[in-house]
Structures are given as C-alpha cells and as structure tokens.
Design a protein around this ligand. Sequence first.
Ligand code: UD1
Length: 362
Amino acid sequence: MNKRPRILSIVGARPQFIKLAPLATEIALKCQHRVVHTGQHYDDNMSGLFFRQLGIKLPDFNLGIRKGTHGVMTGRMLVGLEKTLMAERPDLVVVYGDTNTTLAGTLAASKLGIAVAHVEAGMRSFVADMPEEINRRVADHLSDILLCATKTAMGNLKKEGIRKNVVYSGDLMYELLAKWRPKLASHDVLLRRFKLEKRNYHLITVHRAANVDSREALTRLIEVIEVLDRPTIFPIHPRTASRLRQFGLYRRCRSLPHVMIAEPFGYRDLLTLARFAHTVLTDSGGLQKEAVFLKTPVLTLRDETEWPETLRCGNHLAGMDAKRVSRLLKKPLRATGFSYLINRRRPSKIITKTLLDFLKGA
Ligand code: UD1
C-alpha cells in the first residue's frame, strides 16, 4: 500500500508556476503530489509555455476558470476547488503567493479541515486596498504552515500575532533562477531578434491594478515611458493591453519611437532580457527580485515594495513618476546579487522537510 503523504498544490497564475517548478520536483521525491490549475491565467504564453519550459508535469486538474470580477472569479474557484478537494482528500494543500487563486485555495481547503501551507507567507505592502494584500492577509491567517521567503516576512507575521509553524524557507524564485542563470547567458540570440545591445536597453513591465486600471494611471505610465533614455522593450500583459485600448491610449504608446511592444514572454526569454538590460522598470513583485538577483538594476514603479531587502542590492522605488524615473536614470545604477541558500540549504528542500515534519506530527 502506498503510504506516501498526499500533497496537493493549487496554482493559477504565472508567478505561481515559477514557484511550483522547483518545489514540485522536490515534493515528488517523497510524496504523492497532485496539482490543480484554477485557470486564472490561460493564454499559452501566460500558462502552458511555463509548464513546458520549466519541465513541470501538466496539472492533474484544470478548473478552466477564466476572467471575471474578483468576486466571480474567486467564487467560481471556490466551487471548483471544493469539489476537487472533497474527491481527492489530500493530507495537505500548498498555496502560493497572493493571487485570487491563493485566496480561493486557502478558503476551500481550510473550510474542509484540510491543512494549508502558504508559500511566500508574511509579505506585506501595507496598502490595505491592494487586491494582493487582501489575499495575503486572509491566506496567512488561515494557513497552518507559514513559509516565509524573507526575515521581514517573519517579522510581519509576528506583529500580527502569527507565531506557530512560521518557517524561514528562503525564496523558490531564486532557486529556480539560479538553475537557469547559465542558460540565459547563451540565449542572447533573442537580443539580436529585437536589435537590442547588451546593457543598452530598458525592459519595462506593468500590470498592477493601481497602475493600469484608470486613465490617469495609464497616462502616468506613458509619461514614464516617454522619459526612458534607451530603446525599451515592453512585453505587455493582457490586462494592460486591454486597458490601454479601452482608454484610447494604445496607439500613443505604440507610436513612441524608442518603444517595442511585444507579447508576454516565457520564462527564459523574459529573464534573458532582464539579465542583459541596462535597467528593468517594473511593478511586478517577482521581476524586481529576479532582476536584482541577475545583477541588473531595477526601478520599481510603485511607492512601496514587499521586498525591502532588495533595496540594498539595486532596487529603487521610483513610483509611477516620470521625474523620479528620469532622475534615477541619470545616476550610475548598480545591482549586487546575493545567495539564495539558507544555511547552505535549498528552499525547496527546507519546505518539503517542513511539510513532512508537520504531517508526521499531525
Ligand atoms: C494576477 C494577480 C497578481 C499577479 C499577476 C501575475 C490577482 C488579484 N492578481 O494579476 O497578483 O502579480 O497575476 O501576472 O490574482 N488575462 C488574459 N490572459 C491570461 C491571463 C489574464 O487575457 O492568460 C486577462 C484576464 O482575462 C483579465 C486580465 O488579464 O482580464 C487580468 O487577469 P487576472 O488574472 O485577473 O489578474 P492579473 O492582472 O494577471
């Protein structure tokens, strides 16, 4: 009889596939591991491509829940996840990050009395109405195991009175990137495709609700792009593209002579572009860390970051503010990189051991 613990991961959005990749390999060595994809991200270049490129086995279940307001999306996920969890009855559920998928996964499992482990617990922006902040707070307060990528995150949980089963696991995103780093160097053919010179172009990505959901915010974004002093590649998130069109600003953005708008890239292409850029400008939590890890300076297009550690290594808060961006670009920017190991151990190993120890004690 197979007595291996049964662990089920719930994912749905791009950054979750990235965190799943190294952890799935490690968990599968010791457990039965199944994966549910809610369908939150569904375009091939936002989803399928990541599974193929990162060698993640295809999800065992795909709920196909696409689009919708937050309530509709989360509600439909809850219904689908509850059904799957009742049929599967795993020993433990793993949720990742701060998306609507994280929220629905945590709620569905904890209501069924199934233990939940939250990867990337304790992150806070302290912006109360940010959708991700709401998702994080709920996930952290309902989870049974809190896997913190940073010490700051552990401190945040402590301040909220969460002390039990809080573990400093390190960051799975860095673990994956450390493995891929050598492969990026040999992929510079991509730069030729876009006629970009190493260290002489900018990479910009923007998708946060606060930066794209109003005409004012999008106008500020275009003002930022206008002051960029090098050729700029702009892989455009579907949400951003649709908002630019909705507010009649897409053409203005596309007609800027130094800007190349592209479809969203897969993991290897995006990280190669980040690796060789002069500067990365982004509002993505993941990309600001990844760029710094690759020693490329970052201007974060927000007023705060959940990753204050990166501010010491080459990340600068620029807001969505053309003047600040322009001022920062005149400075000699540098990024230093760092190790991702925690006491010489990989995050995926620490997390898997934590899950197994928890299940032994349960
Ligand atoms: C979500 C997460 C965000 C994360 C981001 C990574 C929430 C609240 N937000 O934001 O934390 O940083 O993923 O990208 O969960 N769309 C497509 N094709 C796709 C995916 C999305 O067209 O493959 C469209 C959707 O239909 C929707 C819009 O893009 O209209 C936004 O997608 P959604 O999943 O709601 O949020 P993201 O902005 O991607």
